[in-house]
Every structure is written in C-alpha cells, then in structure tokens.
Design a protein around this ligand. Structure first.
Ligand SMILES: Nc1nc2c(c(=O)[nH]1)N[C@H]1C(S)=C(S)[C@@H](COP(=O)(O)OP(=O)(O)OC[C@H]3O[C@@H](n4cnc5c(=O)[nH]c(N)nc54)[C@H](O)[C@@H]3O)O[C@H]1N2
Ligand SMILES: Nc1nc2c(c(=O)[nH]1)N[C@H]1C(S)=C(S)[C@@H](COP(=O)(O)OP(=O)(O)OC[C@H]3O[C@@H](n4cnc5c(=O)[nH]c(N)nc54)[C@H](O)[C@@H]3O)O[C@H]1N2
Ligand code: SF4
Ligand SMILES: [Mo]
Length: 699
C-alpha cells in the first residue's frame, strides 16, 4: 500500500471522501502539516464540487485525540476495568491464539464475526477481510447488510442472477423519479451514488420532469420533490402491487427489449389482481385515485424510474418491495433504458468473474431460529440468541470490525449484555465505543486521510461511470497499522499464509476491467476519470442460469401470501421509524464537536394528534416489546399520524466509552426498542421500521 513517508508539504491535495456512498471528490489545503481548508473538488466528474458537513470534518477525525492508535487490552485491576497498551505483534499473536484455541475446542462456528458499514468504504478492509473470514471458516458471519440493503441483493439475485446486479436510477437523464423510503438530501444518496442530490433533483424539475416522494415523514427531500404523499410504514409493497394492478388492468404494460429475454409476465399479472388501489388504500393511506393517476403517468412517461431505498428494506416486506420496484420499472419499459433503471459499469468490476446460475441464499440456516443464510452471512437479528443459547455451535468468541452493533442492530442493548458472556472478543476499530468496550482486545487501524482510497463498491451503484484513486494524504507513525495489515496479520497467524496486498488486487481488477485502465492511469488524474453515462447492457450482463430475466421468481411470488395476510390485519395504533441526520453517520461521528453544535437532535417526533396534551420538550417514555427509552418530544405535522420518529445511532451514555463530546449529546438508542423477532422473513433482513410502541409522558 502507498504509505507517504512524511507529512504533506504545504499545498493543495485531492482525495475522495470515504464517509458515505456519495464518494465526493474533495480538495484539501495543507499548511504546516495541518489541513487548513476542505472544500468540494469542482473537477470531480461525478461530484462536481459537492461537499457536506461530514466531509468537512475529515481533518477532525484525523486529529481526534480520542482516536486509538495502539492495541489495547482490557483487564481488571482491583475490581476496576483498565485498558493497557500492547505491542502489535503481541496483540496479533494473542488474538489469533485465542481464536484458534476456541475453534479447536468448540468448532469453527464458535467464533463469529460482525462487519460494520465503514468496512465497505475502505478498500484495504474490503479487499482483505474476505481472506480473514475464510481463514475463520465460521458460518456465524454477520454484517450490517441484514439491517440495511439485503432485500436489494435478494431481489437482484433472484431476478438477475447476482446480488450485486442492482439497477439504479439513471438520475441525470430521467424525467420522472418515483422515490419511496429514501431521503437522499440527508443521506446523500444510497444504492445510488449521486453526490449533490439537491442539484440533481432540481435539474429533473428544471427540464420539465417530476419528482414524486412517498414517506411516512415529510423529509428534507420532500422540499426538493414536486409532489409528496404520506405512506403508512411497511405498506409500500401493497402500494406497488396496486400500481402494477392498474398497469395490467389498463393494458399499460410494455416490456420493450426485455420481451426477448424476460420470463414471468403472466404470473405477475395474475398475482396483482387482488391488489386494487381501492383494496389497499385503507392500509397505505394513499387515496385510490392518486395511485391510479400515478400508475398511468409513470407508465406513459418516456423516461421514468422508480427507486426505493432503506425505508423499503428495513421493514417486514423488504424483499417484496425491492422486487416490485424492479418489476415496476421493467413492465413499463423503464429498465435498462436511458432515464430508467440502469446498470453501472465500474472500472474495477466485481462481477467480472461471477458465474451464471449460482445460488446465493438459504444454503444453510442459523442454529437457534433457523433463519436463512444470504451470500455467506446470517441475519444479525440472530446474533444475540446464538451467543446466549447453549449447545453445539454456540458462539463463544466474536470479532467485530468497523461496526457498532450494540447501537445498530435490533435490541442492541440485549446484545451488549450478551457480549459480556463471551469467552473472547476482539474489535478492529479506531474507537472505544458502546460495542468495542466489551472487547478483550481492541486493534485500532489507521484511518481516513491516512489511507489510500479507491472506492471498490460504490462505483457499482453510481449514476455515472467514473473512477478515482487517491493516495494517502498523511503518513502513519511507527506504532500504527492499516486495517489490511491487521487483517492480514491475523490471517497469516491462522493459516501460515499471507494474502495478496490490496493494491495488487486493485491493479489487477483495473487492468482487466471494462476500461482496461490501471493505477498509474488513475494516479495521473487525481480528480477522477470520466467513462461517461450508463449504457444498456441486458441481456449480456444477466447472471441467471439460463441468461433470462426473472420477473416472477418463485420465492417472491410465494411471499405474497404474507402480504395478503397484512391486508387482513389492522395496523397497530403507533409505530416507530428512524431518521437520518446530515451531521450524523449511523452510530458514530457524534464525538466530533464541529458536527454536534446546536440543540440536541435525538428527539421523538410525534404528530399533534398523537401528542395531545403534551408539549415540545416534554420527556416521553417510549416502550416496545423489547425495551424502553426516555427522550424529549418534538411535536410536528411532518410525521404521519400514528407514526413516531427517532434517529438511530444515539445512546452514548455508557461511561465505559471514550467518545469525547458524544457523552454530552448522549440521547437514546432507537435500537433499544427494535425487536430481533421482527423480520422480513423472506430475506432475513431486520424490520427495524414499523416497530409497535406505546408512549407516555415521563412523570
Ligand atoms: N433502527 C435503525 N438501525 C439501523 C439503521 C436504521 O436506519 N435504523 N441503519 C442501519 C444501517 S443502514 C447501517 S449501515 C448500520 C450501521 O451500523 P454499523 O455497521 O454498526 O456501523 P456504524 O454505526 O457506522 O459504526 C461504525 C464503526 O466503525 C468504526 N470505523 C470507522 N471507520 C473505520 C475504518 O476505516 N476501519 C475500521 N476498522 N473501523 C472503522 C467506527 O469507529 C465505528 O465504531 O446501522 C443500521 N442500524
Ligand atoms: N448523513 C448521513 N448520511 C448517511 C447515513 C447517516 O447515518 N447519516 N447513513 C448511510 C447509510 S449506512 C445508508 S444505508 C443510507 C440510507 O439512505 P436513505 O435510504 O436515503 O436514508 P434514510 O434517510 O434513512 O431514508 C429512509 C427514509 O425511509 C422512510 N421510511 C421509514 N419507513 C418507511 C416505510 O415503511 N415506507 C416508506 N416509504 N418510507 C419509510 C424514512 O422516514 C426515511 O425518510 O444513508 C447513508 N448516508
Ligand atoms: S456527501 Fe458523503 S462523500 Fe460527500 S462529503 Fe459528505 S460524507 Fe463525504
Ligand atoms: Mo447502511
């Protein structure tokens, strides 16, 4: 890996941000070895100068005094917990030794892993974690995916043959964006790498197009939409079925070029018959005539695309939702076509060596509850019970990397207690947080501006084909290690073999990729290289066994049974959903003072009807089947009646963490209320949103 020997000289440097999926190109001014200014890089062909407050905080993360740089070991001294620094070799020997001993005594599955979100934003971690996990050889592999985008992967695998073959909106050429369960003005776009969504959505409207948004909360993105409708949580699959019902009933379907290679249209049509707009309106909260008109307009628009993000994934019908979004695009001629849902072609293409017809899910199941595997991982809603339930295959040790599951997974507070029972836990993470504080050893990697950067994952989901490689800006000290060195160090100790360096894999991938480029080519263009707009690529890129597009895969059709069931049920009076915020990054970055200025943000939003007799600022006790939190109230008509809204990622009150100012804005964790029993049973994704709750004023 590229490792500069000394601090950068005074000057201007360019580098993509690694904090979110927007991968903005940024420009850093360095004076006297310090970053004195950060701004968007106007010459980046994808982000064109965009930056958000988190990007501005990258130097703060670099200089943060709370960031760990040397391994730490937790021990008890006189009844008090203390952390002592270790040398790297001793720490890696110790960790590998403990993991191996536990596996020898109890089998490979006794050691579990949890890989969190930032590991996909770090090419070093991403390209070496696989080797390490193979060395462990445990079925108990968990990642953030099953609290996030698993349904997207599931639908892609079933319909197109590969979990990564996810169509994304051709945003810059569409004239009609139908968006559900996404708030890109805050999240900066997800499974749609499209920096500066404010401008991109404005451009749609300026060219005479339309942006329609459906969400249980009138979000920041609603301001950029031409039209907004409230939709009751977890009823999107019903709404999407109703759109399809109208399209088929009125003969508006058109497959275009897909008709040569798409299967399942007839089954699909039959399946939609019961779901008329009238039949679902009482559940969704969307009037039948609105649904009818939207269906007609969407089908008639020359360039239109439906897009559903995490609000459609982290709910009981996640798999159905992501399938139906794809289906809606496909049967209206808006699939693999300009301005519709399209497939990016990244310079380093992880699909290049993918084989046709591979099975990607349900090859084995979790031990306790029998939850399905997906692409080599188990739903993290099963992690706590797999630790606590005795028997052959019980988890006795855990490796976490770049994750904070105590705050990010359903009933994380119960996971926190379960972690105390482990024989051994190690965390690869630069912070002592709510999760890593349970570890016996913490292995902190070098971070951010100290690492080289090529975004391996998000170019697969970008609205334009570009590539960008940037060297590390700052050197690391002799006492620091990169993620990939830590992971390789462990793999080597477990297997006796060292893996190939991530840079070598990157080089190989780029050279054999669709643009036959190389690291040297990319280094020569520090602002990034533009490979142009997305291109149609079906049926060539399909990876199903017979090379055909599956519009009505059997497991998804079968899952409609559950949706019929939902039509029969009365929804609970009050449910809770999450809320992302521009200056937060999931469970972390609340320790950066620059991002925490202003009033506390961890408030419970309630509609005036659900908060009768109370006032903004009152303390409210929120109770679910699994937990209870107390949070200040914010009364607003921006949430739908019957829906409460609390941001996730807070809950920093644990005195055993070292997270600076985060403790001053501790808030409460939404995932103390979410329930590992609430799942999209088809995919195994956690149904975090839509959890039933009750509220009362705190006496
Ligand atoms: N209720 C509710 N829960 C949710 C969500 C929700 O919407 N609602 N969202 C879910 C989603 S989409 C996600 S992705 C998850 C995120 O949850 P997690 O995957 O648990 O990840 P983060 O909360 O982002 O935690 C990041 C951790 O990674 C560390 N870190 C940062 N950079 C690096 C690095 O380069 N290397 C290493 N080794 N460590 C690093 C940080 O110090 C921090 O400890 O939360 C999920 N949880
Ligand atoms: N600033 C910031 N940016 C982030 C993150 C962050 O924590 N902070 N996290 C990053 C990560 S890991 C991810 S995965 C992405 C997520 O990216 P997005 O999906 O754009 O993120 P959210 O803001 O959570 O938007 C989801 C929306 O779904 C709505 N929703 C909830 N339940 C339902 C439902 O049942 N139906 C419908 N239709 N809508 C519903 C919520 O009100 C919310 O507005 O954001 C990424 N970007
Ligand atoms: S939008 Fe995302 S990639 Fe861009 S500066 Fe902000 S955090 Fe970084
Ligand atoms: Mo995520």
């Amino acid at each position: 890996m590229n490792n500069p020997a000394q601090a950068p000289a005074d000057g201007v440097y360019f580098r993509a941000c690694n904090l979110c999926e927007a991968i903005c190109g940024l420009q850093f001014t360095v004076r006297g070895g310090q970053v004195t200014d950060v701004r968007g890089d106007p010459q980046d062909p994808l982000s064109r100068g965009h930056i958000c407050p988190k990007g501005t905080a990258l130097p703060d993360l670099h200089a943060d005094p709370n960031r760990l740089k040397k391994p730490l070991r937790r021990s008890l001294e006189g009844g008090r917990e203390t952390w002592t620094e270790l040398e790297w070799d001793e720490a890696l020997d110790d960790v590998a030794g403990r993991l191996r001993a536990i596996q020898e005594a109890h089998g490979a599955d006794a050691v579990a892993s949890f890989q969190g979100n930032p590991s996909v934003h770090n090419s070093g971690t991403l390209l070496t974690a696989g080797n390490f996990l193979r060395a462990l050889g445990s079925k108990n592999r968990f990642t953030a995916t099953s609290t996030d985008q698993l349904p997207h992967h599931y639908a892609a695998a079933e319909m197109l043959g590969h979990p990564l073959l996810i169509p994304i909106p051709d945003l810059d050429r569409t004239d009609f964006l139908l968006m559900l369960g996404a708030n890109p003005l805050t999240s900066n776009g997800s499974i749609m790498t499209a920096p500066n969504m404010r401008e991109r959505l404005k451009a749609i409207r300026e060219r005479g197009g339309r942006v329609v948004l459906l969400d249980p909360r009138r979000t920041e993105s609603a301001q950029a939409a031409s039209e907004f409708h409230f939709i009751r949580p977890a009823t999107d699959a019903l709404f999407l079925m109703a759109l399809l019902n109208v399209i088929f009933a009125e003969g508006l379907e058109k497959l275009g070029h897909l008709s040569d290679f798409a299967d399942g249209l007839a089954e699909l049509k039959t399946a939609t018959e019961p779901f008329t707009p009238e039949a679902v309106a009482g559940h969704t909260g969307i009037a039948a005539e609105v649904t009818r008109q939207l269906a007609r307009d969407f089908a008639a628009a020359p360039r239109a695309v439906a897009y559903g993000r995490i609000g459609l994934s982290v709910q009981e019908f996640g798999g159905l939702c992501q399938w139906l979004v794809n289906v809606l695009n496909a049967v209206t001629g808006h699939f693999d076509r300009e301005g519709g849902a399209m497939f990016p072609r990244p310079a380093f293409d992880l699909l290049m060596r993918a084989k046709k017809g591979e099975t990607h899910h349900s090859r084995y199941r979790s031990r306790v509850r029998g939850l399905p595997e997906f692409d080599g991982e188990l739903p993290n809603a099963a992690l706590t019970e797999e630790i606590l339930t005795a028997g052959q295959g019980q988890i006795r040790a855990l490796v976490t990397m770049a994750g904070n599951p105590v705050l990010s997974t359903p009933s994380g507070h119960q996971l926190g207690k379960a972690l105390e029972t482990l024989e051994f836990m190690v965390s690869i993470d630069p912070y002592l947080n709510e999760t890593t504080r349970h570890a016996h050893i913490i292995l902190p990697p070098a971070y951010g501006l100290e690492t080289e950067h090529y975004d391996v994952i998000f170019h697969h989901f970008a609205v334009r084909n570009t590539a960008r490689y940037n060297s590390a800006l700052f050197p690391i000290s002799a006492e620091q290690r990169y993620d990939h060195q830590i992971l390789d160090g462990l793999t080597e100790r477990l297997t006796g073999k060292s893996g190939s360096a991530p840079t070598a894999r990157l080089e190989l991938g780029l050279q054999h990729g669709p643009y036959k480029t190389s690291l040297d080519d990319l280094k020569a263009q520090p602002h990034g290289v533009d490979f142009g707009p997305l291109q149609p690529c079906l049926p060539e890129r399909l990876l199903t066994a017979d090379g055909r597009l599956k519009l009505a895969p059997a497991p998804l059709l079968a899952d409609l049974e559950r949706l019929h069931g939902a039509l029969e049920q009365t929804p609970p009076p009050l449910v809770i959903i999450g809320r992302r915020q521009l200056r937060s990054n999931n469970s972390w970055m609340h320790h950066i003072p620059r991002l925490m200025r202003g009033p506390d943000r961890c408030t419970l939003q309630l509609h005036p009807h659900d908060a009768a007799g109370w006032h903004t600022g009152d303390l409210i006790e929120v109770t679910s089947r699994t937990g209870r939190v107390t949070v200040p109230l914010e009364i607003t008509e921006d949430v739908m009646q019957g829906v409460a809204c609390l941001p996730h990622g807070f809950g920093h009150g644990d005195p055993k963490t070292r997270l600076g100012v985060a403790a001053d804005h501790a808030g409460a964790s939404l995932n103390d209320l979410t329930d590992p029993e609430r799942l999209d049973t088809l995919t195994g994704n956690a149904a975090l949103n839509g959890t039933p709750i009750t509220v009362r004023a705190k006496a």
